[in-house]
Design a protein around this ligand. Structure first.
Ligand SMILES: [Cu+2]
Length: 287
């Protein structure tokens, strides 16, 4: 039988343990960029569109040696590098986004965390021992479904700066995985720990004003409130990617234009061309 004093002590210890458990739980809670105002559409939203060019001669894509995994070789015998995809002088896979700006009513883009038409779900597929798409844009806490469509094991590994590291093995035939990133980050490199050539980039934004340049270099960002914006085009070339920026004004129901040019030849253009600057990891993320 426990004495009255012992029972008192046990009760006290239990209470302290519960309190410390509660405080450690609140400590591990992930910060999120989901706190902010809600933008209400006025019907006067416009677009920002343009073309991303590549000046100069682009190096040829290189064939990837997949001999370490016969399943990859048989499914993708002609797998080639995707870090620079240029066709007819146009650059694919540039991530173009509104970095910041001021709406016509004086509020800032960064004041908001909820916009009309926030994308709800995205898919990243491992198919043919490469990622599809190669560059993916999502919003904060958007659900990313990660599929393995290959007859082999992949190990998907997000390597962010502002979000937690995430590393999951996904064997042949395994159910899709789901991942969300709670903090805005441009851009998160994703790699496969099984196949060293596999690489993709996932951009996490607080708002839906981003697009990825298509094979013809074109992109369109829609639903943009009237205002004045800094629009950035990011491409993975360079040590940590290369970005260019441009100021764009969108009138009420207007169509803002922003054409970008990457490539060695762009460096020597007249000063009216946008300044090319290296991306600054890890400080470059939108809070
Ligand atoms: Cu893999």
């Amino acid at each position: 039988m426990l004495s009255k004093k012992a029972r008192l002590w046990l009760g006290l210890i239990a209470a302290i343990s519960l309190m410390s458990l509660a405080s450690s739980c609140s400590k591990v809670e992930e910060p999120t960029d989901e706190t902010g105002k809600t933008y209400k559409a006025t019907g006067k939203e416009g677009t920002i569109s343009g073309v991303v060019a590549f000046n100069g001669t682009a190096p040829e894509a290189k064939k990837i040696d997949t001999s370490a995994d016969a399943a990859c070789t048989s499914k993708s015998p002609n797998l080639a590098t995707e870090d620079l995809i240029v066709k007819d002088g146009k650059l694919a896979n540039a991530y173009v986004y509104i970095k910041d700006g001021t709406l016509a009513d004086g509020t800032k883009v960064g004041d908001y965390s909820t916009w009309p038409n926030m994308p709800a779900a995205a898919t990243l597929d491992q198919n043919g021992c490469h990622y599809q798409p190669h560059v993916l844009g999502v919003v904060v806490n958007e659900s990313i479904t990660i599929k393995n469509s290959d007859p082999t094991t992949h190990n998907i590994h997000f390597t962010p700066k502002s979000n937690p590291d995430w590393n999951q093995s996904q064997p042949n035939g395994a159910a899709p995985l789901t991942h969300k990133l709670a903090r805005a980050e441009v851009l998160v490199p994703v790699k496969c720990n099984q196949h060293p050539w596999m690489k993709s980039y996932v951009a996490v934004s607080k708002h839906p004003f981003f697009a990825i340049s298509a094979a013809d270099g074109s992109y369109t960002i829609s639903g943009v409130p009237p205002g004045k914006y800094t629009v950035v085009a990011w491409h993975e070339g360079g040590a940590n990617g290369t970005e260019q920026k441009m100021e764009v004004t969108v009138a009420a129901s207007g169509a803002g234009k922003a054409d970008f040019a990457f490539g060695a030849a762009a460096m020597g253009q007249p000063s009216s061309w946008p300044v090319i600057e290296a991306i600054e990891f890890p400080t470059l993320h939108n809070h």
